[in-house]
Ligand binder design. Structure first.
Ligand SMILES: Nc1ncnc2c1ncn2[C@@H]1O[C@H](COP(=O)(O)OP(=O)(O)OP(=O)(O)O)[C@@H](O)[C@H]1O
Length: 222
């Protein structure tokens, strides 16, 4: 039988200072799909991505990659993660950062004009939004099959948001994406499925009415 590549995390429980942040969360993502993760500020979206990547050790979790239990995402070359804050050191040039993260899809990445035009520039020479775009592109085009993106759109002007969405769509046939951002329209647009984190649990979202029902979007009718 064809073995569908899948990243899944089940029964996630985590507390900070006795306060339960995640409680029985389940989420999965297959190659070929974009899963959008929404939730209010403080609902635990970043915590969940950090638990999958391994930078936070959950109180409990059951993390599987292609049906095999793994302890930390970063130990697998098959998972890449864009954290909420900048992570590429300021003194690195774009070319060096690409060397570190990208091999398989390097040719495609170098076709992007903004990358090609700025290969020898250091990260400290870019604006906040420009370096965010570069970091997101480097992670999207990294060798990993599963890509975790924490607020990739947040510092980007609308045209760049559209460009980034297009790159995600281009790579979707060969990768799985788990993505969170408060630009929820962009998340709805780029995602095949939406999961809402609320009160420590995950909810499958079918439409914007569900987002209103769970208190994520304001209900302007009432
Ligand atoms: N290291 C930490 N120590 C204590 N509490 C933490 C820590 N990290 C996060 N928290 C708390 O856990 C909760 C979830 O935080 P998290 O950053 O995962 O939320 P989020 O959904 O990503 O929020 P936002 O949309 O605002 O980025 C918050 O209430 C936060 O205060």
């Amino acid at each position: 039988m064809f073995n569908m590549q899948e990243l899944s995390i089940d029964s996630v429980a985590h507390k900070f200072n006795q306060q339960a942040i995640l409680n029985g969360v389940f989420i999965n993502c297959k190659v070929g799909e974009v899963v959008g993760l929404l939730g209010r500020n403080g609902s635990g979206k970043s915590t969940l991505l950090k638990i999958i990547f391994g930078s936070i050790k959950a109180d409990y979790k059951y993390l599987k990659l292609d049906n095999e239990l793994i302890s930390k995402g970063y130990l697998s070359s098959n998972i890449s993660y864009l954290p909420q804050d900048n992570f590429i050191p300021n003194k690195l040039t774009v070319a060096v950062a690409i060397e570190i993260f990208c091999n398989t899809y390097k040719k495609e990445l170098l076709k992007i004009k903004f990358i090609a035009d700025n290969l020898n520039k250091k990260f400290r020479e870019f604006s906040g939004g420009e370096s965010r775009l570069l970091e997101a592109l480097i992670i999207i085009y990294s060798d990993a099959e599963f890509i975790l993106l924490d607020e990739p759109f947040s510092q980007l002007a609308p045209l760049l948001v559209d460009e980034l969405k297009q790159h995600i769509k281009n790579l979707k046939p060969i990768k799985g994406f788990l993505i969170t951002d408060h630009y929820y329209r962009s998340i709805l647009d780029v995602s095949d499925r939406i999961i809402l984190l609320h009160n420590g649990c995950n909810y499958q979202i079918q439409n914007t009415d569900d987002l209103i029902l769970h208190g994520y979007l304001p209900d302007y009718k009432n």
